[in-house]
Design a protein around this ligand. Structure first.
Ligand code: 5AD
Ligand code: SF4
Length: 450
């Protein structure tokens, strides 16, 4: 059997895409392997969001070229494929910079992989067309064994692309305009996952709460309505979604956090910055106070919700005062977790043209201060769990023998000691201790857990 090694960088949507490419190649007789060393086909599924991510690809390709040459000397062929957002953004430039690459394939062409690979045997190929055709409708369904091997939590992309055009972001260019998969297609995929044993789904989209798919009644459904439908799928106990834009956080979606027990009390809602001047320059289409009021509404619907966010420090023109506004917003909201990034100018985006780029040393200092603050809040959120009893979905073996690991509804990792419970069970756990990255607890009978 031929073997394929897929290495995904960047976001969860790339992880999902990597799995779907594995499904496509599985149907062509490829078996997945965890290392490049024994692979006939090596596929890098790349990310273009920040310069560092994009740069990694070329470093990795340099190494793979050596591997490919060494094998060729032994009479073995290796096919090298670059997929994902760097493929989309840089296209033929990749083959120019790294001649060992056989095929460059953009995120909208994955269903064409078998044909493209056949073509690439004759000459090198680039396919970075953005759709007209619906790739999801052409991708083969994963086999139950493949689903199970990936675990009882699964990603399902329901939306791709973005129409928001934040001034710093490449997504509208690499992933194109917003597209939502039809409800029936999503439901069929989630039913298949559930039949194979998946209990926990995370609905993905670059701007997932702008979901507007064709419903089973022929009307356009929003994300809230889609989740109501998915909550009816037998076996699906937990639903999350990521990543969202504050402007698309409508009342139905907020109400779903109150009304649907399957919708987990966790929300990743990037704000990026706290200063209204910077938010306007970023073209975010909301102010700091509008974000605060939105959070108040979300918390009114679901008081215990864990909030998460993304931040960029050092956007062009960001002053000390602007940065203090970001810290003030963080103090006001108190996130359970957050991702923090230094601004990275991206080719083709409006912000990259601005002449007020912030000094690297200033960016470093701001990043450290912001990280220290969000880390303090994260630890406080985790420590506040001690003594509480929450449901944990057991997902895998723990760090030590006799331990199982799972997640709370708030997406925290938990380890429990147990001889009686099994992976796939949802157990009530009293949290006894908070470590720096995990909670530790003990299972208690459900009837005692009130
Ligand atoms: N520089 C730094 N961070 C960025 N992000 C997006 N574009 C850039 C950029 N040019 C961050 C945003 C986004 C997350 C996925 O990546 O915070 O929410
Ligand atoms: Fe990028 Fe997100 Fe802004 Fe869209 S909403 S442009 S994906 S940061």
């Amino acid at each position: 059997m031929k073997k394929v090694h897929i290495k995904s960088y960047g976001c969860q949507m790339n992880v999902y895409d990597g799995q779907r490419m594995a499904d496509v190649l599985g149907a062509e007789g490829f078996e997945e392997t965890a290392t490049p060393d024994d692979a006939d086909l090596i596929l890098l599924n790349t990310c273009h969001i920040r310069e560092r991510a994009a740069h990694k690809v070329y470093t990795e390709l340099g190494k793979l070229r050596e591997l490919k040459q060494a094998r060729k000397a032994d009479g073995r062929e290796t096919t090298l494929v670059v997929a994902g957002c760097v493929a989309q953004a840089e296209g033929a430039e990749i083959q120019r910079r790294q001649p060992a690459v056989d095929l460059v394939v953009g995120p909208q062409a994955y269903h064409r992989l078998p044909a493209l690979l056949a073509e690439a045997r004759a000459s090198r190929v680039v396919d970075t067309d953005l759709p007209p055709d619906d790739k999801f409708g052409h991708l083969p369904a994963p086999k139950p064994a493949a689903i199970l091997a990936r675990g009882i939590s699964a990603f399902v992309t329901v939306q791709e692309g973005c129409d928001k055009f934040c001034a710093f972001c490449v997504v509208p260019y690499t992933r194109g305009a917003e597209f939502s998969r039809p409800v029936a297609q999503v439901v069929a995929e989630v039913e298949r996952l559930a039949e194979a044993g998946v209990q926990d789904v995370t609905l993905l989209g670059q701007n997932v709460n702008a979901y507007h798919g064709e419903g089973q009644d022929g009307r356009i459904w929003g994300l809230a309505r889609l989740m109501h439908r998915l909550a009816e799928v037998p076996g699906i106990a937990r639903i999350r979604y990521t990543t969202s834009h504050p402007r698309d956080m409508d009342d139905d979606l907020i109400a779903a956090h109150r009304d649907l027990p399957q919708v987990m009390p966790f929300l990743h809602l990037p704000v990026q910055a706290g200063s209204d001047r910077i938010l306007a320059a970023m073209n975010r289409k909301h102010t700091g106070d509008e974000y605060r009021r939105l959070i108040d509404k979300v918390r009114a619907a679901r008081p215990d919700i864990a909030l998460s966010s993304d931040f960029i420090v050092g956007f062009p023109g960001e002053s000390d005062h602007d940065f203090e506004e970001t810290l003030r917003l963080v103090e006001d909201v108190r996130f359970a977790s957050a991702y923090t990034f230094k601004y990275s100018p991206r080719p083709g985006t409006p912000a990259a043209e601005l002449e007020t780029q912030v000094e690297p040393a200033v960016m470093d200092e701001r990043l450290q201060r912001l990280q220290a603050l969000v880390e303090r809040h994260r630890q406080e959120f985790n420590h506040a769990m001690v003594g509480r009893t929450v449901e944990v979905l057991l997902e895998r073996a723990g760090r030590h023998p006799g331990q199982l690991a799972g997640k709370t509804p708030y997406l925290q990792a938990v380890q429990i000691e147990t001889a009686t419970h099994r992976i796939g069970e949802r157990v009530m756990v009293t949290i006894e201790r908070a470590g720096s990255n995990s909670l530790f607890g003990r299972a208690v009978p459900r009837e005692l857990a009130a």
